[in-house]
Write a protein that binds this ligand. Structure first.
Ligand code: SME
Length: 166
């Protein structure tokens, strides 16, 4: 049975290096996209301080006419469907670029699912052969919570997820 580590490093690069190893352990021998997303959401939720929502939106349909639909997550119930190009999640998906948003209230078109969210980081999930699976979304109640170190730590974890399920 999985037991979250009690004394995770506080330094972001060391913390994310540890989480990458733990994610490898969770995904070992399992290719199911929902199962691995659920376990990754739970792993991140218990390890990353000061977050109020962590989870997945999956692309349903193609990149032209499709939309994002909420997947496994931790936090309060969220918006179910997000159009590509809309909000922080839709922008990350449409541009295939990680969005690090210091203050969501200053982001044009931000979708307020949880009024507590103040900062957001969204990593697009793109497979090695170029398919967009969806996004990994993290929200925090603290302005400026996410920075380049979070991006540098979460992009390899998102890539590991894509490699595990695709
Ligand atoms: N705030 C997001 C919507 C998803 S929730 O935060 C869970 C956005 O603007 O894309």
């Amino acid at each position: 049975m999985y037991e979250p580590a009690r004394d995770l490093p506080r330094d972001k690069p060391a913390l994310y290096a540890e989480l990458l190893v733990q994610a490898q352990g969770l995904f070992a021998g399992e290719r199911d996209a929902i199962a691995n997303a659920a376990n990754l959401s739970a792993l991140l939720w218990h390890a990353l301080p000061d977050c109020n929502w962590i989870g997945f939106y999956f692309l349903r349909g193609d990149e032209q006419r499709g939309e994002l639909v909420v997947g496994p997550f931790q936090g309060k119930p969220a918006c179910v469907r997000i159009a590509l190009g809309r909000g922080v999640c839709g922008t990350a998906a449409a541009t295939r670029r990680t969005q690090v948003v210091r203050d969501v209230h200053a982001f044009p078109g931000h979708i307020a699912c949880d009024a507590a969210s103040a900062a957001e980081l969204v990593v697009p999930l793109v497979t090695a052969d170029g398919r967009l699976l969806g996004v990994l979304d993290l929200d925090s109640p603290t302005i400026g919570r996410f920075d380049e170190a979070d991006l540098a730590g979460l992009e390899p974890i998102a890539a590991l997820y894509c490699a595990a399920v695709a």
